[in-house]
Design a binder for this molecule. Structure first.
Ligand SMILES: *Cc1c(COP(=O)(O)O)cnc(C)c1O
Length: 463
């Protein structure tokens, strides 16, 4: 059979609301042309993020009822701990309320002024937590993989030569840990190969450095390894995931992604002293070590989710959804980051809208038009997010890329939803030349993309 079907049937439904273009124009105007400002009731298809937005299985809902809400030593913790231990092989398992809490706890123990933390591509909360401790977060992706359109199987691989050079530049004592993000979220959801993880392990061994995985999408990464890495095609993705974790000394995971639940995180490691220090901080900010900011029922849902997420049928459907949406965009003449990642499709607004300069926010213009046309909510990753205003009122410094990320919630939308999104993209692409940029009316000092107020430029109005 040609069609890869959703490997589930629907047991509970959540209605979504159709709106007219006029209603959406009104809503977007009220929101200051910022998609973060919309009420979710005014959105038809939400592709803002794949974090915490997935659907739980019937087994996970059943597991909620088994939640043991005891403050200390809860049964639910032991179930969670044994699933995480079996998956990762790490001795010490510390639950947190989400991924960034694990980052904050780990980096507050390890990172100091003058340190450098190498990673393939830091996720933004990871970078912020390294920098908050006074460290430098250094991205070491292969130079040839920075090209959005180059086809390569493992564009998330860390540049081993650059890692060696960074260690030589700072001295090993200034490198508190080496980290690799699987898949590399900020780089487009690109996977990291087993061979690359092995090479990182070897460098860490030679310099006596701890190696941690930022493993939010470990299952998608494992699936890409099965599909793409020579000699791995016959393996079960869970077996590959177990090998990935066993290459490292520890990990943190935002379980809002491949934990298949709406909240949760975990920090796990083999070093007993470090684990004890992390637990002390955990008690200060998250909670007792057997719940760490989560309810017992959350731990149960996560334990079940962590088992389901490596099922081959699920992963085949998951990764195929992103590929399929990328194909629809390509067929509509909209370039995307290649190859598509596991969790999202990134539309290249620079390629589609060459007539809109970066300071007129082409990716935001595209994101807004996708909403106005079909009620689809993606997110701009471009000059609105990364550009910086200039003191003399000159145009903002441009971002390197102008992308719209369409992130796919797990097990939430069906093929007809994706077909619909493809039609919306096609409709917008046919009118690409008529799209106009936007002007920032007001913005906060930090993280402006969340709250900035914008207005559309009309023909003749300059910015
Ligand atoms: C989401 C994410 C985080 C942060 O986790 P939260 O659960 O959002 O706090 C860290 N790293 C990566 C790679 C992520 O995708």
């Amino acid at each position: 059979m040609r069609t890869i079907i959703e490997p589930f049937r629907v047991k509970s439904v959540e209605p979504i609301r159709q709106t007219t273009r006029e209603q959406r124009e009104h809503a977007l105007g009220e929101a200051g042309w910022n998609l973060f400002g919309l009420s979710s009731d005014d959105v038809l298809i939400v592709l803002l993020t794949d974090s915490g937005t997935g659907a739980m299985s019937s087994e996970q809902w059943a597991a909620l009822m088994r939640g043991d809400e005891s403050y200390a030593g809860a049964r639910s913790f032991h179930r969670f701990e044994s699933v995480v231990k079996d998956l990762t092989g790490f001795e010490y398992v510390i639950p947190t309320h989400q991924g960034r809490a694990a980052e904050r706890i780990l980096f507050s123990e390890l990172v100091r002024d003058g340190h450098v933390v190498p990673n393939n591509t830091h996720f933004d909360t990871t970078r912020a937590n390294v920098e908050y401790q006074g460290g430098e977060a250094r991205d070491l992706i292969m130079p040839e993989h920075r090209d959005l359109h180059v086809e390569a199987p493992f564009k998330g691989d860390l540049d081993i030569e650059a890692l060696e050079a960074t260690i030589a530049e700072f001295g090993a004592e200034q490198v508190p840990l080496v980290t690799v993000t699987v898949t590399d979220n900020s780089g487009g959801g690109q996977p990291v190969s087993l061979a690359n993880l092995r090479a990182v392990r070897e460098v860490c061994d030679r310099h006596g450095l701890p190696f941690f995985l930022d493993a939010a999408r470990f299952a998608e990464n494992a699936w890409f390894i099965v599909q793409r890495e020579p000699g791995q095609g016959d393996r079960h993705p869970r077996d590959v995931a177990r090998e990935m974790f066993r290459m490292a000394d520890g990990c943190w995971i935002s379980l809002k992604k491949d934990g298949l639940a709406n909240i949760g995180g975990v920090l796990a490691m083999n070093d007993p002293d470090l684990a004890e220090r992390c637990r002390a901080t955990l008690i200060l900010t998250e909670g007792f070590p057997t719940y760490g900011g989560l309810a017992g029922r959350d731990l149960e849902a996560l334990a079940q989710g962590l088992v389901e997420v490596t099922e081959p049928d699920y992963l085949a459907y998951r990764v195929r959804t992103a590929e399929y949406l990328a194909e629809l965009a390509w067929n509509a003449g909209v370039p995307t980051v290649r190859p598509p990642g596991g969790h999202a499709v990134y539309l290249d607004a620079k390629g589609l809208l060459p007539h809109i300069p970066p300071h007129e926010l082409p990716a935001q213009a595209l994101a807004c038009e996708l909403y106005l046309t079909g009620g689809v909510r993606g997110v701009e990753i471009g000059t609105l997010m990364f550009g910086r205003p200039q003191p003399d009122g000159a145009p903002d410094t441009p971002s390197r890329h102008e992308l719209v990320r369409l992130a796919l919630p797990r097990r939430t939308y069906t093929q007809s939803h994706i077909d619909y999104v493809g039609e919306v993209i096609e409709d917008v692409a046919l009118r690409a030349e008529q799209l106009r940029g936007l002007r920032i009316v007001s913005q906060p000092r930090f993280l402006r993309h969340f709250t900035a107020q914008l207005e559309p430029l009309t023909d003749g109005s300059a910015s």
